[in-house]
Design a protein around this ligand. Structure first.
Ligand code: NAD
Length: 320
């Protein structure tokens, strides 16, 4: 069997900085090449295996790296996220879809498999908000969401037309403690932990009753690895799986943090632009297709994630 050799594009971001080391544990450090447009990224990603500076809009450089390392699988993590995208819509379109087309075309020519993360942002205000089905109405109102729906459809198209093994997940908001999030609408759920520990106060840019699906990074990383390793014969959807772990609003997250830090206080000053994006997304997704087709199971719920975040961030603060 051909050895799996992976290129992670966007290794320096919130997901890449934790997915890359996890992939290196599974496939061997020398078989997982990290890459990013910038080189000032986490030291462990830079030092624990090969790293290449790569602008994924540059298809020649992309091919050069793929050939150099005999890559068989790409994790394509580059995107301008929802909040940032609204300020630079043309750039979001060009980067999110231009880079994906580069990756898919090269995957077609060189017979590579591809992982592409979609998002709850691919849904829109006309999507059922509760228990959002796997297959449903998708008319997003952000440029980020529009690029995510197109990305999902391109993934399906390249599989059906050319047999490219494209798989992906619709991630909820991701909570992590290694790298700060890159400008999404769900970032409050990370910021709040830092502020709780550093200042005992947080001003939330969303209303207190704004629900989202959320997932702790260890689950997000495992899902990305498991879907790519799943038996293809069992995959009915193959791509763009709803995956979830917990659904909560800022008030519930604050209350959970207060169990550990009783004096923690939160104020709500909704930012109209971010609130409008949040209001257009589902409260909670039905991820039964992922659970049935490749046995998706989350490990972290709200209490377990909150405890782990606080313990880990406290330890980090003591050693820095
Ligand atoms: P991020 O913004 O934290 O990281 C993206 C990385 O890509 C950055 O390190 C950036 O330097 C790099 N990059 C930007 N332009 C590049 C280019 N032209 N060439 C190479 N590298 C470039 O993003 P993230 O949060 O890690 O998200 C990764 C993927 O997961 C995205 O597709 C995003 O839409 C999706 N996703 C993320 C979340 C979340 O909560 N983080 C939720 C749903 C979906």
């Amino acid at each position: 069997m051909k050895k799996t050799r992976i290129l992670v594009i966007g290794s320096g971001g919130q997901i890449g900085s934790e997915l890359t080391p996890a992939l290196r544990k599974v496939y061997g450090a020398e078989h997982v090449v990290a890459s990013d447009i910038k080189s000032d990224i986490c030291e462990h990603v830079l030092n624990e295996g090969p790293f290449e500076v790569l602008d994924c809009m540059d298809e020649h450089r992309l091919v050069e790296i793929i050939i150099k390392y005999k890559i068989t699988r790409i994790y394509h993590l580059v995107a301008l996220l929802s909040a940032v995208g609204e300020h630079k819509p043309l750039m979001a379109w060009n980067i999110n879809l231009g880079s994906l087309m580069n990756v898919l075309e090269i995957a077609r020519e060189l017979h590579l498999s591809v992982f592409i993360p979609s998002s709850i942002g691919a849904f829109g205000p006309s999507t059922p908000k509760k228990n959002t089905p796997q297959d449903t109405l998708m008319r997003p109102t952000t440029i980020y969401g529009i690029t995510k729906v197109c990305g999902e459809m391109l993934g399906d198209y390249y599989f059906k037309k050319y047999g490219v093994d494209v798989r992906g997940l619709r991630y909820p908001g991701i909570i992590s403690n290694v790298t700060q999030p890159g400008g999404g609408t769900t970032d409050y759920a990370v910021e709040i932990f830092y502020k709780a520990l550093e200042e005992g106060r947080y001003t939330c840019y969303l209303k207190e009753d704004t629900y989202f699906d959320m997932m702790y990074m260890p689950d997000a990383v495992r899902a990305a690895i498991e879907v790519m390793e799943a038996d293809p014969d069992k995959l009915v959807h193959r791509n763009a799986y709803n995956v979830s772990a917990m659904s909560f609003n800022p008030r519930q997250l604050s209350a959970e943090i207060q169990k550990h830090i009783p004096d923690f206080r939160v104020e709500y000053k909704p930012d109209p632009e971010k609130q409008a994006i949040a209001d257009s997304w589902p409260d909670n997704m039905d991820d039964s297709a992922a659970r049935q087709e490749w046995n998706w199971k989350h490990e972290y719920d709200l209490p377990k994630m909150t405890e782990d975040m606080l313990v880990t961030l406290k330890k980090k603060a003591m050693t820095s």
